[in-house]
Design a protein around this ligand. Sequence first.
Ligand SMILES: [Zn+2]
Length: 482
Amino acid sequence: MQLYNSATHKKEEFTTHTPGHVEMYTCGPTVYHFAHIGNLRSYIMEDVLEKFLRWDGYEVNRVMNITDVGHLSSDADTGEDKMLKGARREHKSVMEIAQYYTDAFFDDCRRLNIKTPDMVQPATGLIDEFIKLIEGLLDKGYAYVAGGNVYFDTSKLERYYIFNAHDEEDLAVGVREGVEEDRNKRNKNDFVLWFTKSKFEDQALKWDSPWGVGYPGWHIECSGISLKYNGEYLDLHCGGIDNAFPHHTNEIAQSEAYIGHPWCRQWFHVHHLNTANEGKMSKSKGEFLTVSLLEEKGYDPIVYRFFCLQSHYRKGLVFSWENLDNATAAFHKLIAKVAAQDPADGAVDQTVLEAYKEKFRAQVGNDLNTALGVTALYDALKAKTNGATRLAILNSFDQVLSLSLLEKAAAVREEQKRQKTATQGGYTITGEGDPAVDALVLQRYEAKKAKNFAEADRIRDELKQQGIDVTDVPGGASWRRI
Ligand SMILES: [Zn+2]
């Protein structure tokens, strides 16, 4: 496939260290709060990328960290630990907070059809590994101890900036909040590998180390976890564009200084979810949008996934309730079209299936063009072949897109079977075959026909109170319990 590589700033042929095998790493969540749907956009796009690679025949080993220590409120080593902040807010221990929000994150992922990576490692579970790495960096002269902390010395590198020497990423880096000067740093971009108690007395989680009791910096965890579970040759590293600097830049510095050779081939960064008024979505401004909030408002989380797939991962995406309503309507129409396909119509034509897969491979394989992937679903529905083949094509594409198309279509077919119709004077009522409800629906129709709209509205309200929702359809009405 062709994939844009943030490290080289161009679209390249995707290659791996070992043919046919992908070592993939994803920066996981900092589990001090719920993920907002902007964070989850990145995980959705990374999930599609992983599934596309598997669909395309690669074997994938995907590793993800869980940040449960060391991520300070500013990405630049200042402020307080986000976990501590979460624990104080909710009067719980740091480990309780970590467990609660880790579970909440995977619950969100499940509802969005995001596969759990092969290996998930909380940072607190691998402290010895980080200490070994820091010792290695000190031995090689890439790190120094000052004021009780261990720092990475960026002046020892030939090239430190990887992503943001170019305009596109420069703009995306944005403004770093609350950056204070740390007088222990020899160079402006040096960063902390290990904090000791000398700096943060109230840190809840501390470990013994050769430099005193303390805890690791945020960046070292991703290098440590990836080197342990992906090995020294990483093929693909993913994350939100926010992480390109300083987080990913520092990961490269540490990893390559430690192993002594190039580390990761391809960098995949997903751009922001924006709101029309507030700009980039964040936890601190505007409405805090979570998957649970979408559900509370009556949206299917898969519709949010569908919405994300309709635009390219390297473009900002604007979220609004109106946009989500439009996506809902389009998704329902799509499911209805899939449901209209007859699985018993013919046998799967392998030649047609392969031809469609080939086209999909070229379209989505062009820098993960998911919008074309969605368009391919509509093309499959129009394919000049039988129902069984159309469904086989859709099923194949949905292994990548994960919109639960066939399951949802099967549920619609079941629902249609359960529905009963009653026809009176050419007016067809579709529902559950409840004569009392049908009678009220008919009365409402007659009131409307007689232009007695007040009476028609009164009956609609009465039905609503009984938990019945009526929709007018050509030649009649359909109702359902809500
Ligand atoms: Zn990371």
